[in-house]
Design a protein around this ligand. Structure first.
Ligand code: KG4
Ligand code: ZN
Length: 330
């Protein structure tokens, strides 16, 4: 059986559309278009919701058209449409959802309401590797840090999360303290390559808390104090050292809790997803430290926000009547 899905994503600052073909359970990304607003939001040091929404309105139709053209499909080939309805920036989500509903109505297609976080995990399916259950999902993005227990491919149970900042948020804030550009994750990762992970002694918050909860706010404050101690005047090498020390502290906690989650729940597969999963050092160290079960990372461009993962989620999601597909806060 072949299903062709159009995915639409506008939850934050990426306007994205993708066409994914699922052929007997095999996922083929036929197009994956992302119009990033990073350059626009960089000047503000973060995403400005009002600006993001206005740019989604400008970009959404050309992005969808390009996704169809690159996939060499027309509206007639599309079997269903999947759109992110939550969580995200309300005004940004509205643009994608309203566009998807209008297309579903005029093209007479089924429409699926997709949770952005679950979609990050469904990006794991784009790798076409066997996923055995129960599986553990680690979602590390700009807004969330969550451990999820999956009994099967449609069941998600939260078993751990951050009590304050998300991992990606900590990367962004620490990058800002170090005078690096937004988004901070890739910048920290780049600088960390030249840094010494032992140069600064930083805490591993909640390392021994005995549960699967995370906290990154104290780590961020520890970085702030270390920078202040140096009178806010770090050399290039010290910036790299701080980037490396901070990144390692985050990685240590993520690996520790994820390992515990896999052991406690007798996981058969681990899926790691979300923007922070694009971090090369995290990928390498996780693979090295969890050897008893397969660890699945989506390709780097399916870790950060994209619509291929929304289409993949659409494959596993029952369509809903149009009046029930709405932006929600949760
Ligand atoms: O999943 P995502 O694209 O958007 C959200 O749903 O939030 O995640 C964005 C987050 C940002 O905080 C960004 O700094 C972080 O992912 N990120 C990274 C890397 N690439 C993106 N963090 C660490 N290392 C990276 N290479
Ligand atoms: Zn995301």
């Amino acid at each position: 059986m072949i299903m062709i899905i159009l995915g639409i994503e506008t939850s934050c600052d990426e306007t994205a559309a993708a066409v994914v073909e699922v052929n007997n359970g095999n996922f083929i990304v036929r197009s994956n278009i992302i119009s990033s607003q990073i350059e626009i939001h960089k000047q503000y040091g973060g995403v400005v919701p009002e600006v993001a929404a206005r740019n989604h309105i400008i970009n959404i139709i050309p992005v969808i058209q390009q996704a169809l053209t690159e996939a060499k499909v027309t509206k007639n080939d599309i079997d269903r449409i999947a759109v992110t309805t939550h969580p995200g920036l309300m005004s940004s989500l509205l643009v994608g959802v309203q566009t998807a509903k209008t297309l579903a109505l005029t093209w007479n297609k089924p429409l699926c309401s997709v949770n952005h976080l679950k979609a990050h995990l469904y990006a794991g399916w784009l790798e076409n590797q066997p996923i055995n259950f129960p599986a553990i999902g680690l979602i590390v993005s700009g807004g969330h840090t969550e451990l999820v227990y999956m009994k099967n491919e449609k069941s998600f149970k939260n078993i751990g999360q951050t009590v304050d900042d998300a991992a990606g948020e900590a990367f962004d804030k620490v990058a800002h303290m170090l005078g690096l550009e937004y988004p901070g994750g890739p910048e920290i990762s780049r600088h960390a390559e030249r840094g010494d992970v032992t140069a600064f002694e930083l805490p591993r918050p909640m390392h021994n808390s005995g549960d699967l909860m995370f906290s990154f706010s104290g780590l961020k404050t520890a970085v702030l104090y270390s920078i202040k101690k140096l009178n806010d005047n770090l050399s290039q090498q010290q910036t790299s050292d701080m980037a490396a020390s901070f990144q390692q502290a985050v990685i240590d906690v993520l690996i520790d809790k994820t390992k515990a989650a896999c052991q406690q729940h007798e996981a058969q597969t681990l899926i790691v997803a979300g923007g922070v999963a694009a971090n090369k050092e995290l990928r390498q160290q996780l693979i090295e430290s969890i050897t008893s079960i397969p660890v699945i990372f989506p390709a780097i461009n399916y870790c950060t926000d994209n619509a291929a993962m929304i289409a993949a989620a659409g494959y596993f999601t029952e369509p809903k009547p149009l009046d029930q597909v709405n932006v929600t806060t949760k």
